[in-house]
Design a binder for this molecule. Structure first.
Ligand code: HEM
Length: 246
């Protein structure tokens, strides 16, 4: 019995290399030696832990991005980005593939949700003054993440190649064409030619499934790392008043 206890204790200590977290040192070790917890700083302001402080909107954005990535990969099993076949594959997905309609709707609704959640996250960051120094760099990274989120929605919109998609992208890229100085260059670079056709579909597909998600992944990693290095969520001096900390 003693030997079994000693064995269990050895296995336990090989995984958890700290004592019960009832003192500051062990509490710090819990944070630094756990893969998931080490994303948080060792010490954070008590107020920032309240669910209603951030509403977890940044984390929800990451979860929704995860859902979009998984459903997106599954959609790629059935989709081909050619003007002759794209819409046909969408119809097959909707009518013949088991759970195909659910898969497509999950992807579509998650895309809408991600735009809403990222905007709300930005509003929360602004409301709590977290854009102020030293977090101004992370605010700028966030602005790029917002633009990329919108870019992912825009490029994904063309892929079903139905009338709605075709005309929405025709209008959208025409609007981009009115930008002074670079407008026409931006439009033709996006479309790969003078109008919406196969070249545009190929480019939008590459941007949608590869370029934009890869940059979102990279910038999100920098974003989270920055939050950690800045000591967790920002709590303004005025918010700290009257706080009791033990
Ligand atoms: C794909 C989009 C985004 C993801 C996945 C994301 C993720 C996160 C996460 C997980 C956090 C920490 C927890 C939280 O605040 O909920 C955070 C904090 C932060 N985010 Fe974002 N974010 C995104 C977009 C944005 C945007 C659009 C902005 C602003 C323009 C922004 C600015 C910030 C700032 C300044 C912080 C630090 C907040 C603080 O210290 O209180 N983020 N983000």
């Amino acid at each position: 019995m003693k030997k079994i206890k000693a064995f269990i204790s050895r296995v336990w200590k090989s995984i958890f290399r700290h004592g019960w977290p009832d003192n500051p040192l062990d509490r710090a070790l819990v944070m630094t030696s756990n893969l998931f917890l080490h994303l948080h700083p060792v010490k954070v302001n008590r107020k920032s832990l309240r669910a209603t402080y951030s509403f977890g909107l940044g984390v929800i954005s990451i979860i929704v991005f995860g859902v979009l990535s998984v459903t997106g990969i599954l959609l790629m099993f059935y989709y081909t980005p050619t003007v002759e076949r794209a819409y046909q594959y969408i119809l097959i997905l909707e009518t013949q593939v088991p759970f195909g309609q659910l898969l497509r709707n999950l992807h579509r609704w998650s895309a809408h949700l991600m735009v809403i959640v990222v905007v709300l996250h930005m509003v929360r960051v602004f409301y709590t003054g977290a854009y102020k120094p030293p977090r101004q760099f992370n605010w700028v990274v966030g602005v790029f993440l917002l633009l990329l989120t919108l870019g992912a929605s825009f490029t994904g919109y063309l892929l079903p190649w139905d009338q709605l998609a075709y005309w929405a992208i025709t209008v959208g890229t025409s609007v981009a064409g009115y930008e002074p100085l670079m407008g026409e260059t931006i439009r033709t670079t996006l479309l790969g030619g003078p109008e919406v056709g196969q070249e545009a579909l190929t480019r939008f597909y590459a941007l949608h499934i590869m370029v934009i998600p890869a940059i979102i992944l990279l910038l999100t990693s920098i974003h989270i790392w920055r939050v950690r290095k800045d000591g967790g969520l920002a709590v303004q001096e005025t918010d700290k008043e009257g706080e009791t900390d033990d």
